[in-house]
Design a protein around this ligand. Sequence first.
Ligand code: NAD
Length: 738
Amino acid sequence: MTYTNFTVETDADGIALVTWDMPDKSMNVFTEEVMDEIDAIIDAVVADDAIKGAVFTSGKKDSFSGGADITMLKKMFDIIQTEKAKDPEKAVQMLFDGAGRMSWLWRKLETCGKPWVSAINGTCMGGAFELSLACHGRIAADSPAVKMALPEVKIGIFPGAGGTQRVPRLTNQQDALQMMTQGSSLTPSRAKAMGLIHDVVPPKKLIAAAKAMIAAGLKPVQPWDEKGFKLPGGKIYTPAGANLWPAASAILRRETNMNYPGAAAILKCVYEGLQVPFDTALKIEQRYFAQVLQTTEAGSMIRSLFVSLQELNKGARRPDGVKPTRFKKIGVLGAGFMGAGIAYVTAKAGIPVVLLDRTMEAAEKGKAHSEGLVTKAMQKGRATAEEKEKLLSLITPTTDYAEIEGADLIIEAVFEDSEVKKTATEQGEAQLKPSGIFASNTSTIPITALAKNSKRPKNFIGIHFFSPVDRMMLVEIIMGKRTGDKALAVAMDYVRAIKKTPIVVNDTRGFYVNRCVLRYMNEAFQMLIEGVPPAMIENAAKMAGMPVGPLALTDETAIDLAQKIMKQTIRDLGEKAVDPEQVKLIDTMVDTHGRHGRKNGKGFYDYPAKPAKKHLWPDLKTLYPQQDADSIDFEELKQRFLAVIALEAARVMEEGIVTDPREADVGSILAFGFAPYTGGTLSYIDGMGVAEFVAMAEKLRRKYGKQFKVPKLLKEMADNGETFYTRFDPYAQMDEAA
Ligand code: NAD
């Protein structure tokens, strides 16, 4: 029998080697066809008396499988949506059956009567790790490429193919819960220590060791199918269980604020599943899985954090017809805070960088930043001495523009000053190759204005990084009025080379991300002025799903920077553009109390010497008469934060600054952690229903002011029953083309 995605070779000892190697794909993923073939392979192995057992492995170098295929998931969601409209009950049944397909297939494998061993040669994620757990033997190659995880929770779902049942039957419940609720990756040695795999062997010996397990008489029965099986961590209703479970629920609440149905379902599956026989336990898991798949959170998170993220990373917005760029040399102007970070991520991608500043001392200091980061990575075992040496050898600090000669791309990160930028642009551009691209990392000056300093405005673009550059995964690519396709393509190729996610944004004050972030901070200032207790402000934001409270965030970016931005806004747009009460608050913080933020240890928070933790500045409460906390509608505070940001995102779409909802959504999560369970700023609106969102915003506007004014676009969408993903359908062009 031949298969499209597998080869099966049986050796002289009667051991079948099943190698998964999908044609035309760099990584193995689960598709309907793959599942059908695995089903057929199990049948064939069972039917063939000459076969004693089977080893399952992958033919891809350094990777076993990435888990589910995005197109399969997307298709499933589409079918359910269409079916739901016709026959809701049938749709749920379909979903339930679909949700269990993989689970029961793995169950079939583990109860087929012949032993299976999974030989894990590389990344093994989600369903693929669940398949491995269903195998009677599991061996991993001793290689840094091998990482095992059940990361489903990160996209709003949970391991629904037996993961929640097999993991806590192999290891103690606490470790099992931690691994699954965090979706964390395990190294081979950690997986072995947890009892999830049997052995770790040198990569070259992997298949031989797997076959040896079968030859040695591996029993084709899982421990939980044996009489007298005991849970490794003990039963739920034991003193140990009584210690673990109340704490586990409390931790879940602390970490997720119960915003993530997928994470909560993991606890329920483990708690309920461990009290019943294995087949019943799988059914419990299947029911929760079907339930979670129907939540708005799962749909939105899968769309933004899985499908859209991958599409954007693959260059969904890259213009066609421009040849891919191979970067031989990149110039970075300004070796300060941002320039030094940009040089690091560029060299880390293996691209030679010339790092230029006004003095050699400043340029060297910029390079030293890379040395610091790579040394830390080495200490954590994430980089080798050779990698460090190579990375540092790629960065050339200099004060001489001539060194940049022939660069494919220059990224300017000098002072935020139009005159300084003008000189740097002229001097830099003189060294660029004729087809080279010049990019500015400005955060506030319009790209169209800066492009006036360029002789080739078509080749001038914004590449806007976030700090700290090495950790922030989003990059805004800013299109000036005259920026051409070539510049966009090169900028995207660069962002892809450094393994970050690009979003394309048209020129405007604050671009996309900072416009939203400012709204978040301003709403907190407004609440302070209203007399909402500061701790309530911070907690409401975090319980709404934001990773950092708005006051803490303002401290991080600096309160005097907020003051500067307000002053600049007044200069550019007039007094009316900012709320005078808010100006007064910020002036009082900075000018009267010298509170500049984290950088001077005094902001909305106090920053005592370590190990003491930061805490809200006690006198903050004295600036405004405080409301009685019990009289404040806490849910409304949460709504205000999400709504004020989402409204700004809607305005950005209305103005055509961002044109693709995927970019607005993914950008908001990657750049400022907009409540990830919503799927991002626009999915938050879509998920709630545009009409309902509009009604909520109207109510907030009446109570709190014009920041909640509903843009025309949203009213129109509400009237027409549209969503962002139907009105600005990112796939429309593709569908037309197809
Ligand atoms: P910085 O002050 O830390 O660094 C600027 C560097 O440019 C300094 O080392 C300075 O010596 C150098 N420089 C000044 N004039 C120069 C010239 N003519 N030629 C060569 N080098 C020169 O500033 P930063 O925070 O790194 O910001 C740099 C740019 O990045 C600004 O445009 C800023 O708006 C933008 N940006 C900053 C952030 C942030 O969080 N700090 C985020 C995004 C974008």
